[in-house]
Design a protein around this ligand. Structure first.
Ligand code: G1P
Ligand code: ZN
Length: 542
């Protein structure tokens, strides 16, 4: 096979979810090629095997897909299943890997980061179970990237990926598939489409979904409009664009402002939702009431048996460490096992594969189940639609009922973005060094009960992940967590997660920022955020 000489780039260490860099960095000579070759080398023997390939359609997606096909052919890959136009949502890619028993898949996305020539691109590898590669594989990719001196690549014109067809590149088969079909079939097995369709038809249920000019446009149109009969304008910003129309495809209250405005208007639909660049995140909004991802996970877990695909019950639940403990309360009440994992979806994979959990989620707008090995935005939307159709209540009623039963975990995340990396690292080091001495200290009346640097031992394979964030628990069931982001592309981002449980029936409907104001101040003092970063307040509050 033709071998092309190259020089190693030393900055190709995958983060929380693959390698994310500015487009300009990916455009450096051989930068993408190097990384893809390292993926294939770390993926084990790919000769003759099947891989899945697709991305969220952002700038560079179309070019990268062509490059990857040439390198796959150069490495003797047997077959590549590509979404038409090089497009696949992350959960759909995960499903295609599983349903085709592929060796793995390459997904092109920088998730919720902006796209375009001056914005972000990303690439990640998923293994045969459909989930993000575990750390052992991503570290192997990184190690190989440090010493790569050649890659294998065939020469060819661009392949036509706009036609559903099977073709050959050298001896490799390229199968272009509809990006939505298999995924839509999967969701039909999990949710009661007939019931939802009838409730949408009689007007007792209504939905608006913001696809943010990103990958979920065609998926949402198929599911909500074509299959369930919602009106066409139920899908906002439904056409995927390489730069997401200049918008930020991050489903939060700021970036999904139009949907949020619809949901806070007098004639709001029953359910409002949004998904991100690659379709794995979700935002859930009721009429006049936003549902935090931590609460959404807890509500789905508590009501799972009302949802068609989960009617036999769930095996257990898991949440990432900084996610609020709302789902733990549900698990306790239902006698289900509950797991606390480090940040990043890959840590759920073993628990799902081993049948220990059925649903899991992260505070960062990620929710999912054992149907794939990625979080799944439209899956969460379908869960809520199914739940609303069965219960006939509003989102508000369901949430209030939930809080009355289990208590409410007031929760907020404060992000300090684009910090000087050295300053952010010093802040974390200082916190780490004083963790052992925090217990017993009191901060504005809040006494520390427990503090540690979260370490996780995977109960399935025994692998260990240390230093996953500082946890500080206080009297009164309150908690503050600090960690640095592993997905940013500019400087460092400090994430501070603040929460407090409340079960008093008259204190369930307060404003989280007010309820948590004193703890937010403690979070700043305890880590001396102002001293280290010069910042008075967070850039993004969710
Ligand atoms: C962020 C989220 C994390 C999520 C990841 C990938 O990572 O916090 O929960 O798994 O994006 O979507 P972070 O930037 O915090 O490392
Ligand atoms: Zn995403």
């Amino acid at each position: 096979m033709p071998k092309i000489s190259t020089t190693a780039y030393l900055d190709q260490r995958p983060g929380t979810s693959g390698l994310r860099k500015k487009v300009a960095e990916f455009k450096q000579p051989h930068y993408l090629e190097n990384f893809v070759q390292c993926i294939l080398d770390a993926a084990g023997d790919v000769a003759g095997k099947t891989l899945v390939l697709g991305g969220d359609g952002r700038y560079l997606n179309a070019h990268a897909v062509q490059v990857i096909l040439r390198i796959c052919a150069g490495n003797g890959v047997g077959r590549v299943i590509v979404g038409r136009g090089g497009l696949l949502s992350t959960p759909a890619a995960s499903h295609l890997i599983r349903v085709n028993q592929a060796h793995g898949g390459i997904i092109l996305s920088a998730s919720h980061n902006p796209g375009g020539p001056d914005a972000d691109f990303g690439i990640k590898y998923n293994t045969a179970n459909g989930g993000p590669a575990p750390e052992s594989v991503t570290e192997d990719i990184y190690a190989r990237s440090q010493r790569i001196d050649a890659y294998h690549c065939v020469e060819t014109d661009d392949i036509d990926l706009d036609t559903l067809a099977t073709s050959h590149l050298d001896r490799m088969v390229i199968e272009v598939v509809d990006p939505v079909d298999a995924y839509a079939d999967l969701l039909k097995t999990l949710f009661d489409f007939d019931l939802i369709r009838s409730k949408l038809a009689d007007g007792s249920l209504s939905v608006v979904f913001d696809a943010m000019n990103a990958i979920t446009g065609p998926y949402a149109t198929r599911l909500l409009v074509d299959e369930l009969g919602a009106p066409k304008d139920a899908v906002l910003r439904g056409t995927p664009l390489p730069d997401f129309g200049g918008a930020h495809p991050d489903p939060n209250l700021v970036h999904a402002a139009d949907m949020v405005a619809r949901m806070t208007a007098a004639d709001a639909p029953v359910l409002g939702a949004a998904s991100d660049g690659d379709g794995d995140r979700n935002l859930i909004h009721g009429a006049g009431l936003y549902v935090t991802p931590s609460d959404s996970l807890a509500v789905i877990a508590a009501n799972a048996t009302l949802i068609k695909g989960y009617s036999a019950g769930i095996a257990g639940v898991a949440r990432s460490m900084p996610t609020s403990r709302a789902v733990d309360r549900v698990a306790k009440a239902l006698g289900l096992p509950a797991f606390e994992t480090p940040t990043g979806w890959k840590f759920f994979s073993n628990l799902l594969d081993d049948g220990r959990i059925t649903v899991c989620g992260e505070e960062s707008f990620g929710t999912g189940s054992n149907h794939v090995r990625e979080k799944d935005g439209l899956w969460a939307v379908m869960c809520w639609l199914n739940l609303l159709a069965v219960r006939g209540d509003s989102v508000r009623d369901i949430l209030i009922d939930h809080w009355q039963t289990y208590g409410r975990d007031y929760y907020t995340r404060h992000d300090f973005e684009a910090l000087d990396s050295d300053a952010a690292n010093r802040l974390m080091q200082e916190l780490e060094s004083k963790v052992d001495t925090l217990v017993g200290s009191t901060w504005s009346g809040h006494r520390v009960l427990h503090a540690d640097n979260f370490a996780y031992t995977d109960p399935v394979d025994g692998s260990e992940s240390a230093r996953q964030g500082i946890r500080v628990s206080f009297e009164g069931d309150a908690r503050i967590v600090y960690r640095l982001s592993g997905t940013g592309t500019a400087g460092a981002t400090l994430r501070v997660y603040i929460e407090r449980a409340e079960s008093h029936p008259e204190r369930l409907l307060l404003d989280p920022q007010q309820v948590l104001a004193d703890l937010i101040a403690v979070a700043g003092d305890l880590a001396d955020i102002r001293g280290f970063t010069g910042r008075e307040r967070a850039d993004v509050i969710t």
